[in-house]
Each structure stands twice: as structure tokens, then as C-alpha cells.
Ligand binder design. Sequence first.
Ligand SMILES: [Zn+2]
Length: 203
Amino acid sequence: MKFPYEALDVSDKSFFTPYSPPAEALQKAAEIILLSIGENVKREGLERTPKRFAKAYAEICSGYQYTAQDAVGEGVFQGEGGLVSVRDIDFFSLCEHHMLPFWGKISVAYLPQDKILGLSKIPRLTEVFSKRLQVQERLTKDIATGINEVIAPRAVAVRIVGSHMCMMMRGVKKSGSETVTEFSVGLDKISQQETDRLWKSIE
Ligand SMILES: [Zn+2]
């Protein structure tokens, strides 16, 4: 089969260099995908698709530019006190194996040491890690360790319930299944009773 990408010289790596805007590289990538699946990139409905794709991906994958610290900014306050939990934060991410969406709910609980997070900062912090190519297990760990980094709580627990498009529309086609992942930091420093309360609060 003849390589069909006349529009693109793939030996020309210039569009991967820092000198060309990433939007352009993403547009070219979208064109390659369209051509590869046998589409006509010139037909009316697809004319602006590479542009839209580039814009969408720039947003969906914007997490790479930020750290947990960037997400919380000034939103760290002195304060002890009891258990803090934020449940069912919506997230959307892309699985790194298929680049297909996975999405669901993130729940976070922590026992403060001497710092607490502004409540709106927790969803923002989750986005730093969900807006990247991910696997759900690592996303769970990234969020827990990210919170540990910015406020060093006594303990933090994260639980994610996710649905994966790559399982639903291809492969095993298990459309009703959900994946649950958990990660915690610092449970060895708290009592069993506190551990139970931490997990119970985000069940
Ligand atoms: Zn996948």
C-alpha cells in the first residue's frame, strides 16, 4: 500500500521542534489519523476538524504544564483540625494505552498536620494530573502524593471510580464495568480508627 500522506513529509521533523507551534503539530497528527482511516480530509465536514482536534487536545492535555504547587497557589492555610474530605469530583482523562477517554469521580480525604487546602484547590489539583495521558492507578497515586507534597498532611487517601472508553467500545466491550482504585500516604502514622474514618469518609 502506498503511503498516502502526500500532504505530509514524515521525514520532515521540523513540526516537532520547539520552533513550530504545537497546535500545528497536533493538526498534522489529526490529518494523519484521518488519512490513515481512509477519510477524505478535504470533505466539508472534516475541513476544520484538525484545527478543532488541536484545540481540544491542547485543553485536554494541559496538565503537563502545571505542578500540584501551581494548582494550589496561595490556597494553603495554617490550620489543624479534623478530617477533611471532598467527594465525587468529576474528572475526564485519556488512557495512555489507547488515548481514549476515561472519566468518573475522584474522592479525597486527608487528616491535616498544620496546613489545610482551600477547598476549591482540591479539584484544581486533580486536573493537573487528569489532564494528561494517564492510567487510573497512577492518577490516583499522583493526586495523593501531590497533596502530600503541598500540605504534608498526617495522612491522605484518594479513591477513584472510573469508566474506560477503551473497555466499553472495543476489546472486551464491558460497558457497565467500573474500575475502583485507591492510594494513600501516611497511613502508617495514624491509628487504625483514623484509617477507618479516612476511607469511610470517601466510600
Ligand atoms: Zn485504554
